[in-house]
Design a protein around this ligand. Sequence first.
Ligand SMILES: *Cc1c(COP(=O)(O)O)cnc(C)c1O
Length: 423
Amino acid sequence: MTESKTNESLFARAVEVLPGGVNSPVRAFGSVGGTPYFVASAKGAYVTDVEGRQYIDYVQSYGASILGHADERILSAVADAAQRGTTFGAPTETEVLLAETMCEAVPGLEMVRMTSSGTEAAMSAIRLARGATGRDKVVKFAGCYHGHVDSLLAAGGSGVANQGLVGSAGVPEAAVADTIVAPYNVVPMLDEDVAVVAVEAVAANMGVVAPAPGFLQGLRDECDRVGALLLFDEVITGFRVGRGGAGPMYGVTPDVWAFGKVIGGGMPVGCFGGSTDVMANVSPLGPVYQGGTLSGNPLATAAGLACLEAMTDTAYEQLIGIATSLAAGLTEAFASAGVEAQVPRVGPLVGLFFGDTMPTNYDEAQASANLGHYPAFFHGMLSRGVSLAPGAYEAMFPSLAHTQADIDRTVEVAAEAAGDIAV
Ligand SMILES: *Cc1c(COP(=O)(O)O)cnc(C)c1O
């Protein structure tokens, strides 16, 4: 390295050339205050910033890293692939292998189309559903995030929530005219204009909110009643809550899926899929156009394949064990500090809500965030060497690289940080 760089000096340069100094809004620390740390390197459970400070990392690229940072299996898959060329504009074997692996793992998923991001996957899945049904209306749930596509930003959770925006400037009325926003965990009554009901099967962009018993099955039944398609946005839950995603966990099979994050092994990937019948609508088989210069990219699909191969049943058990220990430890830490907090856990997904009740929808999640404790807790953790996402609506992502010692240290730090809020 050349002369010493600081987070402060890099951020000062960044804000001159990048809006807010970042390439994705949540990273700017807008809702927690302070200067973002600039990552110099990362390995396993840890990130190291440009000032040499090391953090036990629960951001893990918002869930894109499940094995932990710079896993050797992924690095060598990417290096091998790169040697053979980085993009061709022609199909490769790795795309077939990744698609086969996914379809084998997820019950009901028979065909996929790869993209370069989760946003594209959700956007294309909506287009597919509209094309397949010949209908326009889309139902989404408040607090569920489906990427930054115009029609789905309304009440979008995650970074959209942190910005305090209902949606976004630059989205014309016409783009959301066919979007209906319903409260999470209540089955809406549909009519026969509805093309698709899009849902995060486990909501993880308004904090972690589990589906209430019967909610997903209720959506399935209501979609079937009116002939609408059910879309599970599994960009976070896919290959994280388990190999088959949220469907088998709750015994409900959607018609269309969107994936991203984990399936790219930390490289830019998304994909959407469904049954062979539904996917027959996608170009070049059918009339729903969708494509991409870098879609199914050889480096990204090699990383994704290596990741899914590493996520064996034993690996999922280990990850869930670590998450369970983290959730139990955090619950205990808040209790002993006398701070009212809820630590929801669904499989390996861990959330955090301040307050005395467990939120079940976006209004309740917002009421928790509005208590205003998160920024102090976040900085209490960061200053003691634990990085959480800089936003109250994000999940924690323990990885396979987090050890029990990392969890113990995290819980110790959390007890101290909780003590800061209690006074
Ligand atoms: C992250 C996310 C997306 C968007 O994926 P990008 O790769 O950021 O475009 C869509 N849906 C859900 C549920 C997500 O968590």
